[in-house]
Design a protein around this ligand. Structure first.
Ligand SMILES: Nc1ncnc2c1ncn2[C@@H]1O[C@H](COP(=O)(O)OP(=O)(O)O)[C@@H](O)[C@H]1O
Ligand SMILES: [Mg+2]
Length: 327
């Protein structure tokens, strides 16, 4: 039997007007996510990830195409779609601060029309899961920011939706809480509760660590879809050479060598880190020799395996790095 197609996106286009220009934030996306899958949408800032999530969660209406979520069409059956999904955005805290956790959760359960019995069970379960049982009758404003975060998560799960849309789960969170969220998504939501999860991220480690399959998204389009391992195999070369030099290097330096793909160049603290790959070992070697003889003091040369980020750059030509600002 074929696995159930829980989310099916068909030729979806969403445009925005930005300073008089038309931006195709999502530019013809086709994607299928199967039941129980933990699927990642990976791409740099401005790729169109949030816009796509907003269309699927019926917060935005696409200009062309459509999607079905749990069998319901986002255009024709938006209310049914909303009952199927929980939408979680990193750093979001839409809670009532004057109310207690229990009151907040009761309120959101009522909005979704969850029965009393089920509401009681869900609240007890979620408070326990989030380690908030002791705080259940404190006002939200008195809770720590981590506790508020956890309560926001509980809030989006109160109606026990089978499908979760998670936009940048760890954006702006400290490392400890990021770890908690990742473990929670992978262990609890995906592993134990068997939810179907579509998450977006621009952190390649996060996608690599969490996801069964990943779609590379860049400039509104999907450029590759596969498991992290299969994506890494798509590099024509199985090895990536990382060279560390003293000083600062310019990207243009490498542009002339066509057989060598420069995957990344990072200048940091007076050092330059270059990651390169090539189908031609001779070309790679001569590039390094050229560096040694003419350009820079080479401190180390390492041969490593490709990371997901290397593959992303290789396949899309775009950088994933956070400091790459759009506009
Ligand atoms: N409300 C909006 N109005 C105009 N442009 C928008 C709006 N929302 C997003 N965009 C533009 O659409 C593109 C995709 O944005 P977004 O979906 O937020 O990308 P991502 O989530 O991958 O960073 C960007 O160029 C962004 O500036
Ligand atoms: Mg976004």
């Amino acid at each position: 039997m074929l696995p159930e197609q829980t989310i099916k996106i068909t030729s979806l286009v969403k445009m925005f007007k930005k300073r008089g220009d038309e931006v195709r934030a999502v530019n013809g996306v086709d994607l299928v996510i199967h039941e129980g899958e933990l699927f990642g949408l990976l791409g740099p800032n401005g790729a169109g990830k949030t816009t796509l999530i907003k269309c699927i969660s019926t917060l935005l209406i696409p200009d062309q195409g459509t999607a079905t979520v749990g069998g319901f069409d986002i255009l024709k059956q938006p209310l049914d779609v909303r009952r199927q999904i929980g939408v979680l955005t990193g750093g979001e805290r839409s809670l009532y601060w004057k109310l207690t956790p229990v009151e907040n959760l009761n309120y959101f359960a009522a909005l979704y029309g969850v029965s009393r019995q089920k509401t009681r069970e869900r609240i007890a379960y979620l408070l326990d899961l989030m380690d908030l049982t002791d705080k259940r009758n404190e006002r939200v404003e008195k809770l720590s920011s981590g506790m508020k975060q956890k309560l926001s998560i509980a809030r989006t799960l109160v109606h026990d939706p089978p499908i979760l849309l998670i936009d940048e789960p760890t954006l702006g969170l400290d490392p400890t809480f990021s770890r908690f969220i990742r473990t929670f998504i992978k262990g609890e939501l995906h592993g134990r509760s068997k939810k179907t999860i579509l998450l977006t991220t621009h952190y390649m480690d996060e996608a690599d660590m969490l996801c069964d399959r990943i779609a590379f998204m860049n400039r509104g389009t999907i450029e590759a879809v596969d498991s992290p391992r299969a994506l890494k195999r798509r590099m024509s070369s199985e090895q990536v050479v990382e060279v560390k030099c003293l000083g600062t290097l310019e990207q243009e330096l490498f542009a002339s060598v066509r057989e060598v793909a420069t995957l990344s160049l990072e200048n940091k603290d007076g050092l330059a880190y270059i990651r390169m790959s090539s189908e031609s070992p001779e070309q790679l070697l001569s590039t390094i020799i050229d560096l040694v003889q003419n350009r820079a003091k080479v401190l180390s040369v390492n041969v490593t395996s490709p990371t997901l980020e290397d593959v992303f750059v290789y396949l899309t030509g775009a950088q994933l790095k956070e400091d790459q600002t759009e506009e």
